[in-house]
Design a protein around this ligand. Structure first.
Ligand code: ZN
Length: 319
């Protein structure tokens, strides 16, 4: 008998990663290709179909029973990707319908943060939890809210945009067109902006002064912090302070059992966790004291986004 598996797909601004995932959350094979194919969705989709068809043909002993896709601005309810920023696709793409027509299996889509939340619930650190939040710290800041065991999609399907709540009035310009959004401070790009401001406004020595300002990445800041670089540590402290305050506000509305930090910046250990937890505790409403854990994501390895997308599909098929 063929082994049943689903295909998990993470469509990012740069690359699309595809994996075969079994019901235990094991990714047995993966491929990736550039998301920036040509100038339209049609150009991209031709490559998408070719690559995935090849993967399926190669795995003859596997039965594909569904697709789960995480993509920017993907709406779970409508199956549509609407005006995705950072993608070369224009307007409204009926992604769920198009993929189902091409591959003849049930397909589910949502944004990457919601997919990460379902991945955490099925395969990660939230296996026995019904109330939790996953914060994805990548280029931006995404959030997936799970309440009573279900992802909160809201009336529009776009619920859970903690990254675009205003934390500084008239603050940093955000990609969404507004100013002072949380993700302009707390994300890989946010900490880099903070680091550049510190380098420009202070005279303290820093190994990051050896770089051209445009070359600095969050990885450089982490490496410098590990070397004891005072300014890099200060950048982490400021980032954690902003994040902890926002999480405390968020808890007043949602009261989760745990908050999972997911993504590159979340792997910076104490540099990000210590200031975040300190600021969180300082700003938390007293009745929530000791009720919320702030944890690193339980999804490990470099296929976490694919596992999240696959989990979305398994979760639907198990309903
Ligand atoms: Zn914004």
């Amino acid at each position: 008998m063929k082994q049943q598996m689903v295909i998990g797909i993470d469509i990012g601004g740069t690359n699309t990663v595809v994996g075969l995932v079994n019901k235990d959350g094991e990714c047995t094979e993966n491929i990736s290709f550039s998301t920036k194919q040509g100038n339209s969705f049609e150009d991209y989709f031709t490559i998408f179909v070719k690559n995935i068809s090849d993967l399926i043909t190669k795995n003859k002993d596997v039965e594909i029973i569904g697709f789960g896709i995480g993509a920017p601005n993907a709406n779970y309810y409508t199956g549509i990707v609407e005006n995705a920023p950072n993608l070369n696709w224009h307007g409204t793409i009926k992604l769920k319908q198009i993929v189902e027509q091409a591959f003849k299996v049930p397909t589910y889509i949502t944004n990457d943060a919601n997919a990460a939340a379902i991945g955490e619930m099925l395969f990660g650190g939230a296996k026995n939890m019904k109330e939790f939040v996953v914060i994805t710290l990548g280029t931006g800041l995404g959030s997936g809210f799970v309440t009573n065991g279900n992802v909160l999609y809201g009336y529009s399907g776009f619920a859970g945009e903690l990254g675009h709540t205003t934390v500084v009035k008239d603050g940093r310009q955000c990609g969404c067109g507004r100013k002072g959004c949380l993700e302009t401070y707390v994300s890989a790009t946010g900490i880099t902006r903070t680091m550049i401001e510190l380098l420009e406004n202070k005279t303290v020595e820093s190994e990051l002064r050896n770089y051209n300002i445009n070359e600095i990445t969050s990885k450089h800041i982490f490496d410098a912090a590990k070397n004891g670089d005072k300014l890099a540590i200060e950048a982490f402290e400021f980032t954690g302070e902003m994040l902890g305050l926002s999480l405390a506000n968020m808890v007043a509305i949602t009261s989760p059992e745990a908050i999972f930090l997911f993504g590159g910046l979340a792997q910076s250990g104490d540099f990000i966790f210590k200031p975040t937890i300190k600021s969180f505790n300082e700003n938390l409403l007293t009745c929530f004291t000791g009720t919320v854990k702030i944890l690193e994501s339980g999804l490990k390895g470099n296929m976490t986004a694919v596992l999240g997308s696959a989990a979305l599909c398994w979760n639907e098929l198990n309903k």
